[in-house]
Design a protein around this ligand. Structure first.
Ligand code: ADP
Length: 174
């Protein structure tokens, strides 16, 4: 029987509980889930692709059918090359829907045989976003209920590094 392989692409800058919940649920639906970190040279990010991959690997280590990689270029090209039939995305609010809808239709145009499936967030994660988490953390807030320990450690290291570099005002975006 053909393996059902899904690709979950995103920035994951950094991974948080909302992302992890989508990955855990998708891993139950598909035989294999590939979580793919998008390396967009034009998009400013806080963590390098290899840091984001490493944090995801640690965060999702318990899921046996999940692998993590980084990619550039078109998501559908990666999907084709790894044999994925489905793209998985998460939905929080209506504003996510507009963007996801546009992206799903574009990907459908580019590659008709690959479908997009959106999983609704759990309500306790509906407010979570990577940028908000970074703002909260840099302002001294507790993010332990939002990110796995590996991410909290990376955020701490980043903050300490900034302080050691003598940054008087910690940039909220890291
Ligand atoms: P992108 O830049 O591709 O949107 P993100 O890392 O922000 O990358 O998000 C990756 C995917 O995870 C997207 O489909 C996004 O909607 C989803 N996502 C982000 N935050 C949450 C959350 N709190 N709950 C569920 N899904 C989420």
């Amino acid at each position: 029987m053909t393996q059902r392989i899904a690709l979950y692409p995103g920035s994951f800058d950094p991974v948080h509980f909302g992302h992890m919940d989508i990955a855990q649920r998708a891993a139950k639906i598909f035989d294999q889930l590939i979580v793919a970190v998008y390396e967009n040279p034009k998009k400013p990010v806080s963590f390098s692709a290899s840091e984001r991959v490493s944090m995801l690997k640690t965060a999702l280590a318990e899921l046996e059918n999940v692998t993590v990689c980084a990619y550039t270029g078109l998501t559908v090209n990666l999907a084709r090359s790894v044999g994925a039939q489905v793209l998985v995305r998460g939905l929080r609010v209506i504003s996510d829907f507009e963007m996801e809808y546009q992206m799903a239709l574009t990907n459908q145009q580019l590659c008709a045989e690959i479908d997009t499936i959106c999983l609704m967030t759990r309500y306790e994660y509906a407010f979570l976003s990577a940028s908000l988490i970074k703002e909260v953390f840099m302002a001294g807030g507790d993010v332990s209920q939002m990110v796995p320990p590996v991410v909290e450690e990376s955020l701490l290291r980043r903050r300490d590094q900034r302080r050691a570099d003598g940054a008087e005002i910690l940039k909220l975006s890291l």
